[in-house]
Write a protein of this length. Sequence first.
Length: 351
Amino acid sequence: MLRLALLTGAVVSVHLWLVNTQLPSRLGNGAADGAPRRMDVSFVRALAQAVPPVVAPRPQGRSTAASPAVARLPPALPASAPEAAVPLEPAPVADLSLPRAELEPLPALPGLPALPTAPAASAVVATSNVAFEWPPSTRLSYTLTGDFRGPVVGTATVEWLRAGSRYQVRMDVSAGLLFSRRVSSEGEVTPEGLQPRRYDEETKVVLRDARRLTVWLDGDRVRLANGTEVPRPAGVQDSASQFVQMTWLFTTRPELLERGRTVEMPLALPRRVEPWVYEVLETETLHTPAGPVQAVHVKPRREGKANELTAEMWVAPSLQYLPVRLLIRQDAQTFIDLLIERLPQQAEPGR
């Protein structure tokens, strides 16, 4: 019994040492002042799956002045809606196999209705064109699995928050006592998408001080976490805002979700600004705790970029093109996998 306890203690100590000495170097260094305070929002209803409306093509050459538009939503479920089961045909389970970890299909959570399988993006038929309007404040909750010198589990949330023409995107990731990470983006909503002003990142690892980074995006310049200033490319996003910017792109230009297409987006990372290219891959049926969801796999093309954090996403046309799965990799053996665990929660329109 004593030998088992000593062995367990040794394994835990080695695991903590690996996290303590190696994970911080991948998640960033530096210091920043306090991040902006979170916008005060109440989430009151669940977003139901629905065929996305076809959005009228956006005008070309418009100014980048902030727009105070409020979202037009597909039907949503009130928080107190009765729980009625929806008949479903059996759907195949997507291949979610990953190096050194195998994800089993997750059963539906008790009390949640099953969801109808949404049509693929290319199969949506327009009945009328509507003007694009930004969605109200939304929260997505995920289960976390992954591997960092051993299996890790946890939770994550992504929040899209609106107040007039201002926005915040906040992402919180926690893997128990090992580490937690919070990233946030704040800026303006414009007719050309999001215009970030500030990006903050805070990482906490067991037995280490918190690491904080801030990137400022002012006018035509980007000030990186180390104080270096570089030119600001048109349409640049940060590590948090890119997910919502993709939602805007796919809503206003659904043809971009056709398999084989690519999307290029400049990203302001803590240490550099550079263009990223995302490849649109196949449509998959993901089995989630909230039921089956059809989603399109979008993956960054990063050949030769060893030990660089990359984020693949699976966006669901039936859920306002929101990411229902995120796979964040450092390398083939080090990753975290986020899978949506319940229907997205939203505020009332205009909030």
